[in-house]
Write a protein of this length. Structure first.
Length: 343
C-alpha cells in the first residue's frame, strides 16, 4: 500500500474516532469507544501493521503521525467526557426539590446488648445494697486459683483452662479474684458484685474465649443458704418477671461448700416443657454456694465468726435467654444488622 493510501487510512480512523466519541450518550459508552481506539488491541495499535510497508525514510514520519492521531483522539475523548459531566450536572441542577420527601437521618449509636444486660443486672443488685468492685483482668495464679481453694494440679482447674502471659500471669477465668482482693483489702461485713470480662479456652456456639460475668459476694455474721435463695429469688423475679420461680440443685465448686446450681422456671413455656428447657420446665442460670471456710481463712477472715455466700452468672447466658439468641458469637462479630435489633 502506498504512503498516501496509508495516510488516508489513518485520517479516516481519526475522523471515525472523533465522531464516535461525540455520539456517546453516557460514560459507559464513551469508555467502551475509548477502549476500541486507544486500548492495547485498539484501532490505533492496529495501524502499526502498516509500518512494514514503508521504507526506512518514511517510518519516522509514520511514527510521528501515529502519535499525532493518538493525541487528537485523547483530546476528543477528554472533551466528550467533560460534555457528559456538564450535561449530568445540568440535569441534576434542573431537578425540583420535593419537600414532601423524608429527610435522611444519621443512625445513632446505642449500647451493646451485653452492656445493656450487664447494666440491668447491676442496677438490680445496687438497689439491694450491693456495691460494685472491680479488679485486673490479668491475674496471678494465687488470686485466680490457690486462694479460691484450687490447689496446684487439682483436676478442678481443667474446667477453667486459660491463657497464660509471658510474665507468668494469666487471663482470669472468672471474676472471683475480685472477691479475694476485696476480702484482703476490707474487713467484713462485705456485700459486693464483681462484673467484668473473663477468659477461657472455649470456642463454639455457646462458649467464647472472651465472655462476661457478674459475681456476687456477701460476708456477714449468721448468713445461711436461705438468705442466698431469697436474694436470688428476688433477682430472678426482677430480671425475668415477677412470677419467675427458682430451684437449687446440689453441685460442686472448690470455693463454696455447700455448692448449688440455680435454675429458673422456663420463661418461654411457663414450666410446661419446651425445646429450650428440654421438656424439664427449668433452665440453668447460675452457680452459687456458701463460701468455703478455707477461702475465708486464706483472706484472714475468721470462719467461726463470719459466714458468707457467693454466686456467679454469665452475662451472655442471660442475654441469650432474654433475646432468644442461639449463637454466642453473634455478640462479638460487630455485625450492624444484628446489633441494630437492640437500638
Amino acid at each position: 500500500m502506498s504512503k498516501d493510501a496509508i495516510w488516508a487510512k489513518l485520517q479516516e480512523m481519526l475522523n471515525s474516532g472523533i465522531d464516535d466519541a461525540t455520539k456517546a450518550n453516557n460514560m459507559d459508552e464513551l469508555n467502551h469507544v475509548k477502549k476500541q481506539y486507544l486500548g492495547k488491541k485498539g484501532a490505533v495499535q492496529a495501524q502499526m501493521r502498516y509500518m512494514k510497508e514503508l521504507n526506512s525514510a518514511e517510518k519516522p514520519e509514520f511514527g510521528a503521525k501515529i502519535n499525532e492521531i493518538k493525541a487528537s483522539l485523547e483530546k476528543a475523548f477528554f472533551d466528550a467526557e467533560q460534555a457528559l459531566q456538564d450535561m449530568a450536572l445540568s440535569c441534576d441542577l434542573s431537578r425540583k426539590l420535593d419537600l414532601t420527601l423524608p429527610g435522611r437521618r444519621k443512625s445513632a449509636g446505642t449500647e451493646h446488648p451485653l452492656r445493656k444486660v450487664q447494666r440491668e443486672i447491676e442496677n438490680i443488685f445496687l438497689q439491694m445494697g450491693f456495691e460494685i468492685a472491680r479488679g485486673p483482668q490479668a491475674e496471678w495464679d494465687y488470686f485466680n486459683f490457690e486462694a479460691l481453694n484450687f490447689p496446684p494440679d487439682h483436676p478442678a482447674r481443667d474446667m477453667q483452662d486459660t491463657l497464660v502471659l509471658k510474665n507468668g500471669a494469666l487471663l482470669r477465668t472468672h471474676t472471683s479474684p475480685v472477691q479475694i482482693r476485696t476480702m484482703l483489702s476490707y474487713e467484713p461485713p462485705i456485700r459486693i458484685i464483681a462484673p467484668g470480662a473473663v477468659y477461657r479456652r472455649d470456642d463454639d456456639i455457646t462458649h467464647s474465649p472472651l465472655f462476661h460475668q457478674i459475681e456476687g459476694l456477701h460476708i456477714e455474721k449468721g448468713l445461711h443458704l436461705g438468705h442466698l435463695k431469697g436474694i436470688l429469688q428476688l433477682f430472678a423475679q426482677r430480671l425475668f418477671g415477677c412470677h419467675t420461680q427458682i430451684r437449687l440443685r446440689p453441685s460442686f465448686f472448690p470455693f463454696t461448700e455447700p455448692s448449688v446450681e440455680i435454675d429458673i422456671g422456663c420463661i418461654f413455656c411457663k414450666q410446661a416443657g419446651c425445646r429450650i428447657c428440654k421438656q424439664s420446665g427449668w433452665i440453668e442460670i447460675l452457680g452459687a454456694g456458701m463460701v468455703d471456710p478455707k477461702v475465708l481463712e486464706a483472706c484472714h477472715i475468721d470462719a467461726e465468726e463470719w459466714t458468707g455466700w457467693a454466686f456467679g452468672i454469665g452475662i451472655e447466658r442471660v442475654a441469650m435467654l432474654l433475646h432468644g439468641i442461639s449463637d454466642i458469637r453473634l455478640f462479638f462479630e460487630s455485625d450492624r444488622r444484628f446489633l441494630s435489633n437492640f437500638a
